[in-house]
Design a protein around this ligand. Structure first.
Ligand SMILES: C[S@@+](CC[C@H](N)C(=O)[O-])C[C@H]1O[C@@H](n2cnc3c(N)ncnc32)[C@H](O)[C@@H]1O
Length: 215
């Protein structure tokens, strides 16, 4: 997601401090939220349409959204703040360093929605579904934890399914056309709305990080 630099955002985002997480440390997320609850994390949260709608639907769950671009995160923070979502915290952070902010087994579910496809083979390691990232998710996810993945990019989906299978992860509810699959619970992301309006199919799968699936 490329935006023109908006210098005012660095100041303006301070207005939404209630939904921003500052200097988080692994193992402390229940303290941040002030309660013990399952923890769901969205990687590359973008402008926040998905995480804010899901959090409004599930007040019993704590949600963390991670986004590398402040110019994009600003709009997610605005949504969470205006909807007074006390179960959402947003983080200006790079997923590459995810092991710094969650302790082993602290996360119950990870969402990756429409991540950058990095189509060139030499950039495969940058895909958020690459095995190099999967190894990190394996550490922070609880036993039986899950990764929910959606994309409009068929080749990324194919490559990702192979990464999941090659690293011994379990798969379920695979869909090659989510919007015509009868799946009821879908919440559209900004990218999903844009691409599906252009007639593109949406691919989705759930990945299970169970010990039994690793063998
Ligand atoms: C294609 S956009 C999709 C945004 C949103 N998930 C959606 O579906 O509308 C991918 C987002 O992931 C973010 N991103 C990519 N790599 C990241 C990383 N390593 N750490 C944090 N965010 C990242 C980008 O800045 C961008 O906002």
């Amino acid at each position: 997601m490329r935006l023109r630099k908006k210098p005012w955002i660095k100041e303006a985002i301070k207005e939404y401090e209630d939904v921003l997480a500052a200097n988080p440390q692994g193992g402390k997320w229940n303290d941040v939220f002030g309660r013990v609850a399952p923890l769901y994390v969205e990687l590359g949260t973008g402008k926040g349409r998905f995480i804010t709608a899901l959090a409004a639907r599930h007040p019993e769950i704590n949600f963390v959204g991670i986004e590398a671009q402040l110019d994009v995160l600003y709009y997610a923070a605005q949504k969470a703040h205006e909807q007074r979502l006390s179960n959402v915290r947003l983080l200006h952070f790079d997923v590459n360093n995810i092991l710094e902010i969650f302790s082993p087994g602290e996360v119950d579910r990870v969402f990756i929605n429409f991540c950058d496809p990095w189509p060139k083979k030499r950039h495969a390691k940058r895909r958020l579904t690459n095995r190099w990232f999967l190894d990190k998710y394996r550490v922070i996810l609880a036993e039986g934890g899950e990764l929910y993945f959606k994309t409009d990019n068929e080749r990324l989906f194919e490559a990702s399914l192979n990464e999941f299978a090659d690293t011994g992860l379990g798969l379920r509810n695979i869909s090659f056309d989510l919007h015509n699959s009868g799946y009821q619970d879908n919440i559209m992301t900004e990218y999903e709305a844009k691409f599906s309006a252009l007639g593109m199919k949406i691919y989705r799968t759930e990945v299970i990080f169970a010990k039994s699936a690793e063998q």
